[in-house]
Design a protein around this ligand. Structure first.
Ligand code: PRX
Length: 571
């Protein structure tokens, strides 16, 4: 490991002295930033939007700079406040109550952000779905959450299996459509007649606000449930880690279907009243650099996969753009390669700050603070107020430099409060007061954490978390597939790709057309990012005597590693 250390330029960041803050900070201190601390009236939508709309100095500030290849728009805090009030009135008219689940299946668009806050203002729970999901992925999530209302487009509606969703009472279509049944609500029409005044639903800090579905190594995706209290940690990390200041223009490249796109693509900047850039459309190095130049982005939060693509696009492309507005750059979602950090120093003239956290943690946990030296390859240190450690399977702490479970002491403000519809599952994350992340890591003598890998079979492909079970289940639905085992295989640009081993039913031959057909079946049925890039036909999938697929063994064989203990292998 390259132990070159990159010093910080001290003195110009919101968090000046990490070590001191670690000694003195308490989450009680953080509460003083919120109006509810005095008024007792809580709603994260008020803190992120309405509060600024009521502030004469901020109401006309651009909250959202939206740009996609065919649309550009700017919305001020006051406009978002009023439009989300209108949307909240539309939802109320259609009987949405506090605690109801209202899901969004939308491309990144101003309507996403307006309806997202409209939902939260009614006290309902928002559930954003990644735009690339296909029918099976949509079905699983809408069924499990028993969503009552869905906001979508006529195009995406084709992927919503309505006959399997009896709880889904209304569908709001944000674009022109030909649906006439009562079930369908026309966004534009109803927004026009809705009042822009709304009595926001004041809730309890522990009331639900958001569900993000995410994958584990077993079973269907799980609904990670977050409450309004999440704002405390989002706010404080927007200050310390994103290092946001009033005049910043901030751009988080994550989709709001994933937690980075909500915690730091919406709440972080807006809780701080900072202008936020949202870019629709596909990735291209030119379009991304152009976004920085055009909006004078000063704080940029992105992901290793994208950064690796920028590295391969070459420095000539960077040089064509004026990126001098950049002040602070961060990364999340996968290990950040030291080579990418080196590229950042050379091509961008910036340190790239890795951050580690998860859907379940709700907000940053371990980070490289701007005010600290970076050790390339390390995720950094826990934020003040967080106790993170390396523990064994019984929850006993391990000494420095020993690998084990990356664990967090229970009770941080942004922690998920339950797994929707699955009470037992939540408990299973905790051992001896520690939340076990499923990641393995070690901590060095100076308290820096170093990521080593996943301890379970969860796959991280281009920063997107995929459960092997979901992919295997879909593969098994194909008439040719008898058995399936799915693993993550290391890949230089995507981190991991999905590789599936399958055995075929009688009458089917291992031929490239068949394999392509199977790949397409997963792609169009589940989602493109979950489709195996590699498919291999094998005689039998190794299983334990109790019938569990031995993905570890498949992976070791694939990578030519020792296969370890195979004593439970079915003979
Ligand atoms: O394995 C870790 C990896 O992504 C997982 C969490 O995925 P998700 O819930 O989708 O949230 C992604 C972003 C908040 C973790 O268990 N991961 C996340 N950040 C890093 C990382 N792996 C290495 N380095 C990171 N900085």
């Amino acid at each position: 490991m390259d132990m070159q250390r990159i010093p910080a330029q001290k003195g110009k960041y919101n968090l000046q002295d990490y070590d001191k803050m670690r000694e003195t900070f308490s989450w009680e201190d953080a509460k003083k930033h919120f109006s509810w601390n005095e008024t007792g009236k809580v709603n994260i939508a008020y803190e992120a939007v309405d509060r600024h709309a009521q502030n004469p100095k901020l109401k006309d500030k651009v909250a959202l700079y939206y740009s996609s290849p065919d649309r550009e728009e700017q919305l001020t805090f006051e406009q978002i406040s009023k439009k989300s009030n209108q949307f909240a009135n539309v939802l109320k008219k259609h009987d949405v109550q506090k605690g109801d689940r209202v899901f969004l299946f939308l491309p990144r668009s101003p309507e996403f952000y307006i309806s997202f806050f409209g939902i939260i203002k009614t006290g309902a729970i928002a559930g954003p779905l990644f735009e690339a999901f296909m029918e099976q992925a949509v079905r699983d999530r809408l069924q499990d959450s028993e969503a009552k209302v869905l906001i979508t487009t006529p195009d995406l509606l084709e992927r919503v299996p309505q006959k399997d969703l009896p709880e889904l009472k209304k569908i709001i279509l944000i674009e022109n459509h030909n649906e006439t049944a009562d079930k369908y609500i026309d966004y534009k029409e109803e927004m026009e007649s809705a009042s822009s005044d709304f009595d926001i639903e004041w809730v309890d800090l522990e009331d639900g606000m958001l569900i993000h579905y995410t994958s584990g190594s077993t079973g269907k995706p799980k609904g990670v449930y977050h409450v309004h209290n999440i704002m405390i940690q989002q706010y404080i990390t927007a200050e310390w880690v994103l290092d946001l200041k009033d005049d910043d223009v901030y751009w988080c490249t994550a989709d709001p279907g994933w937690v980075t796109g909500t915690s730091y693509g919406i709440f972080g900047p807006w809780l701080k009243g900072v202008s936020n850039v949202v870019r629709g459309g596909r990735f291209s190095p030119e379009a991304w650099y152009d976004t920085i130049e055009k909006y004078n982005v000063s704080v940029w939060y992105t992901a290793p996969t994208a950064l690796r693509k920028l590295v391969s696009a070459g420095e000539d492309v960077v040089k064509r753009f004026d990126l001098s507005s950049l002040r602070h750059v961060m990364s999340v979602g996968e290990p950040l390669n030291p080579e990418v950090i080196t590229w950042g120093l050379e091509a961008l003239n910036h340190r790239i700050h890795d951050t580690w956290w998860m859907t379940e943690t709700g907000a940053h946990i371990i980070v490289n603070f701007p005010s600290q030296e970076i050790r390339p390859g390390s995720m950094g240190k826990p934020i003040p107020g967080i106790e993170a450690s390396i523990v064994d399977n019984e929850g006993n702490e391990l000494p420095p430099n020993q690998m084990g479970n990356l664990a967090i002491k229970e009770g941080w403000p942004a922690m998920m409060r339950k797994i929707w519809n699955n009470p037992g599952k939540f408990e299973s994350y905790f051992v001896n007061g520690w939340y076990l992340s499923g990641d393995s890591a070690y901590r060095d003598e100076d308290g820096y954490f170093w990521f080593q890998g996943r301890l379970d079979d969860v796959i991280n492909t281009s920063g997107e978390r995929v459960g092997p079970f979901e992919v295997e289940s879909k593969l098994l639905e194909h008439p040719a597939v008898a058995e399936a085992g799915v693993i993550g295989k290391p890949h230089p640009e995507r981190g991991e790709i999905i590789k599936a081993f399958i055995s075929l039913n009688e009458g089917y031959e291992d031929a490239s057309e068949l394999l392509e057909d199977i790949r397409q079946f997963v792609k169009t049925g589940l989602s493109a990012h979950a489709a195996p890039r590699e498919l291999e036909v094998t005689d039998a999938i190794p299983k334990t005597r109790s019938g569990k697929i031995m993905r570890r063994l498949l992976k070791s064989r694939e990578l030519g590693l020792p296969t370890g203990d195979t004593s439970t292998l079915e003979k």
